[in-house]
Design a protein around this ligand. Structure first.
Ligand code: SAM
Ligand code: SF4
Length: 330
């Protein structure tokens, strides 16, 4: 079992399997992103080894993310392999966060590997606006992907980054549409992670404002569901669906934090909002056995900090955390 110095049990690992993506969302990446050289990225075998080590240490939930996880070649090999921990009962959930563009191709395979739920990021239901935010993405691909996910029996949660002046006039439409589709929905505040081309503070929309605003038109009922992360949930009476509000800049969830994050290069971050990390690639590559790897994991958990110190201040041109979300994984 992994218990950190503050008594929190770590049971949830998020793994970024690639920093590459077929989209270039304005809040996430620069238009001309330079991606990492292949040798720096963990191989699928290394990813399997490190995930297995975490499961041995008590991780019950794995989320595969990126970049766009489904653009990684042969990624289904990893899902298929990790599915064995669901069969054996060593793990409760294997899931992923995706932009949905390749779900039409992979939804059925994912379901066969034991995936039951997917988070799909979608910031607009207007195809022109969608193309602008993603810098060239096609909304129709994502909508077909979502149909395929439903057909394959996957539960869907839509993630929408709340962007002032870009999609704030669509929140009601998104809530109603998710209600009709049977999807849960989560709004996310923008986080100051990694250099991008725009000024992030321009589009920063505090979710406290959004919540107040939605409350004028929808009946929001507080629910007690907690996942150990920064999400708060309400139920929307009119649609019957759950709405999540993710405010990662607030501190009030750190005391229940149950997660760590692995980048595609094998750096383990014990907190999304801190720079401290432990290199797991070195021990992975140093020997075929897992002794060094297990020792590095234990050492990392012993360094999990109490909380984070994000700031997003108007006029500051530096991100609070240098690495991009696509490297750490959302
Ligand atoms: N490509 C996949 C996707 O878009 O779902 C998975 C990786 S993406 C980095 C994971 C989530 O992080 C997405 O929902 C995305 O909207 C969100 N995200 C990316 N950059 C962000 C930022 N700076 N602030 C808040 N959310 C961000
Ligand atoms: Fe790609 Fe996801 Fe980042 Fe958009 S948010 S650029 S889809 S990794």
């Amino acid at each position: 079992m992994m218990i950190d110095p503050f008594g929190r049990r770590v049971t949830y690992l998020r793994v970024s399997v690639t920093d590459r993506c077929n989209y270039r969302c304005t809040y996430c990446m620069a238009e001309d992103m330079t991606f990492l050289p292949k040798v720096e990225i963990l191989t699928l075998e290394e990813l399997d080894r490190v995930c297995s080590a975490f499961v041995r240490r008590g991780v019950r939930k794995l989320r595969i993310t990126g970049g766009e996880p489904l653009v990684r070649r042969d990624i289904m090999t990893l899902f298929r392999s990790l599915g064995r921990f669901l069969d054996s009962g060593e793990m409760d959930e294997l899931t992923l966060t995706t932009n949905g563009s390749l779900l039409a191709r992979y939804a059925r395979d994912l379901a066969e590997c034991g995936v039951r739920r997917v988070n799909v990021s979608l910031d607009s239901l207007d195809s022109e606006r969608f193309a602008a935010i993603t810098r060239g993405g096609r909304l129709s691909e994502v909508l077909s992907g979502l149909e395929a996910a439903k057909d394959a029996g996957l539960a869907v949660k839509i993630n929408t980054v709340a962007l002032k002046g870009l999609n704030e006039d669509e929140f009601d439409t998104l809530i109603a549409w998710c209600g009709r589709q049977g999807f849960d929905l989560t709004f996310i505040e923008t986080m100051p992670m990694g250099e991008i081309d725009d000024d992030r503070t321009e589009h920063y929309l505090p979710l406290s404002v959004l919540r107040e605003n939605l409350g004028e038109r929808w009946t929001l009922i507080d629910v007690e569901d907690r996942t150990g992360g920064p999400a708060r949930y309400v139920r929307i009476e009119e649609t019957g669906r759950r709405l999540g509000l993710i405010t990662p800049m607030t501190h009030n969830f750190c005391e229940s934090c149950n997660r760590v994050r692995l980048t595609c290069t094998g750096m383990l971050y014990m907190c999304l909002g801190q720079t401290d990390s432990v290199d797991l690639r070195e021990p992975l590559r140093a020997s075929e056995g897992d002794e060094l790897l297990m020792a590095a994991i234990d050492q990392a958990i012993a360094r999990k900090p109490k909380g984070h110190d994000f700031v997003i201040e108007p006029g500051t041109d530096r991100p609070a955390v240098d690495r991009h979300m696509s490297v750490t994984g959302g």
